[in-house]
Design a protein around this ligand. Structure first.
Ligand SMILES: O=C(O)c1ccccc1NCC(=O)[C@H](O)[C@H](O)COP(=O)(O)O
Length: 275
């Protein structure tokens, strides 16, 4: 199975990362870095009221192969920032998504938005690395982590000032995550990572079980404004979108079509005044 292969690759990557990572030295470097940006706070106060956007920088994927040939991560990130994305997700996996940690670092230097390191985190060393390359948040995927490891890795992320987006695809995974936390960021992946099947109905099905203190992010297979309305009605307060935007030559136009226009300054001021 693909997901097992990915995790096997991550185990090998972690082995060599652990050989090179000096934790004391990493902690010294992190202490000298500026604080991480709050990924969760940006999603809780989205630019488009009612629906936050995490826009993904994604060149390729196991389910779709090469998605975007003309791939310039910094240009894409700048276009997302201009289009009113609240946060960015950057694939750092090389073997399966043609991503790179270097892309995240380059994007960190070019845009101000909080950045999610999108990878398959199974070990604390990857969290140190995430912070060092400039990430503000990490993804923890319940499908590949026992409950105790979700707890430990979330604590490790928080100790380094990073937020965790914890991802589930079914009720069993969600129940395990809720043993760890009933707040923070819960991502419902509409894609089954074993079969690659997608179904936006998964968001609504699991939303009923997500406590109101948590912020529910609907992930994957979101293509249209109608899809946004559908997952919003189902309970999502944010979306994570990659392929739909990556396939379009004009990122700004694609974001506006799917997410709707940004509110004017006057509309934003009025909304802030009524809060
Ligand atoms: O995208 C895949 O094919 C995939 C396969 C195996 C594990 C993870 C995978 N994707 C990670 C993601 O969750 C998506 O990149 C993200 O939610 C955006 O999805 P989309 O908008 O459908 O590109």
């Amino acid at each position: 199975m693909y997901l097992d292969r990915i995790v096997e690759t991550k185990r090998r990557e972690v082995e060599s990362l652990r050989e090179t990572l000096n934790v004391a030295e990493a902690e010294r470097r992190i202490a000298d870095m500026p604080s991480a940006r709050s990924f969760e706070a940006a999603l809780r106060r989205p630019k488009r009221p009612g629906m936050a956007l995490i826009a993904e920088v994604k060149k390729a994927s196991p389910s779709k192969g090469l998605i975007r040939e003309d791939f310039h991560p910094v240009q894409l990130a700048r276009a997302y920032e201009k289009s009113g994305a609240d946060c960015l997700s950057v694939l750092t996996d090389r073997d399966y998504f043609q991503g790179s940690p270097e892309y995240l670092t380059a994007i960190r230097e070019a845009v101000n938005l909080p950045l999610l390191r999108k990878d398959f985190v199974i070990d604390e060393s990857q969290i140190y690395e995430a912070r060092l390359i400039g990430a503000d948040a990490v993804l923890l995927i319940a499908a590949i982590l026992p409950t105790a490891r979700i707890r430990e890795l979330k604590a490790a992320a928080e100790a380094l000032g990073l937020d965790a987006l914890i991802e589930v695809h079914n009720a069993e995974e969600l129940h395990r995550v809720l043993e760890v936390t009933d707040r923070g960021l819960i991502g419902v992946n509409n894609r089954n990572l074993h079969t690659f099947e997608t179904d936006l109905g998964v968001t609504a099905e699991l939303a009923e079980l997500v406590p109101p203190e948590a912020l529910l992010i609907s992930e994957s297979a979101i293509r249209t404004a109608e899809d946004i309305a559908y997952v919003s009605a189902g309970g999502a307060r944010g979306v994570l979108i990659g392929e739909t935007f990556m396939r379009r030559p004009n990122i700004g136009q694609a974001v506006a079509e799917v997410m709707g226009p940004l509110p004017t300054i006057a509309q934003t001021a009025k909304a802030e005044g009524s809060r």
